[in-house]
Write a protein that binds this ligand. Sequence first.
Ligand code: NAD
Length: 316
Amino acid sequence: MSEILVTENIQGVSMVRLMDDLDVEFDAYLWQNVDQLKEKIKNAKALIVRNQTQVNRELIDAAPDLKIIARAGAGLDNVDTQYAHEKGIVVCFTPDANSLSVAELAIGLMLSLLRKVPEARQDTLTGGWNRIKFTGAELHGKTLGLIGMGRIGTLTATRARAFGMNIIAADPYLSADAPHLKQMNGKLVSLDELLAQADVVSCHSPLTPDTRKMLTYRHFCLMKPTAFFINTSRGEVVDESGLTQALLEHKLAGAALDVRETEPPNQCPLNQMENVILTPHIAAFTLEAQERVVDSVCEDVRLVLSGKKAIHVFEP
Ligand code: NAD
């Protein structure tokens, strides 16, 4: 029974140092075995997770000595933050550590979709040399619609501006006068308006009870048939069967999904679609972001276990 429990694959120099200095049990697959996890967490003072460990009431109740839950990442949908707060457990996360990497992937997916890079690669590998077939479109002058304009949405928007894109955003917690929106000549619109006007829709909202299955078949039918949809937020924000249906009916031109309703996903028609790019939840997986993420959680765990205040605390 160790003082610090790491239940997912969270590696880096800071983790090695933490393991050298303190009593750490590192088991990258422990999140998969809930019974074993509940047993091992009995005496733990710190829990370090990514997004797969379900830190629910039951798990928190099994850990009477827990002082800190450190989430290596930004979304906290796998942690019952309210209950942890009630129990006096500090919840830390790493909201700024990986935002840039996610924004860069969103831009990369935009370019890949508009220039048909995956299809062109596949065709070339099988002997094709079809330049006309792979005529794409420029980002310049197109409208980017951001669903959620927090940290990642804003970083994506500033990068899209450099490509000459116009920005519109749908975000119920954003004011139309928000300085960062004004600075980029951005416009706050309703979700339906955004879907109807954007050439590229990029989703950056958190997963909450309000956003679960927020985007359905009806929503995708509002999009221009030439427009693309990108999701690097959380898969459960999208009704995947609705998106599939809309794609089959050519209601939109294509999609790129880094996150899925079920992860890893089951076989489904999206796998066969040439205009769909699927990646395995890699938006935050860059060397730089992972180093920042691991540094951040290890630092907060050290602080809390030595009786000090953590830095990246989430307040529910
Ligand atoms: P953030 O809290 O800074 O921004 C989220 C924004 O979404 C806020 O402005 C909020 O007002 C807005 N929002 C809330 N409800 C909304 C709704 N119903 N419709 C539209 N907008 C809504 O968070 P962030 O750091 O920008 O991260 C956004 C999400 O990206 C995270 O919650 C996480 O789930 C996801 N994420 C994914 C990866 C990945 O690897 N794919 C990595 C990091 C973060």
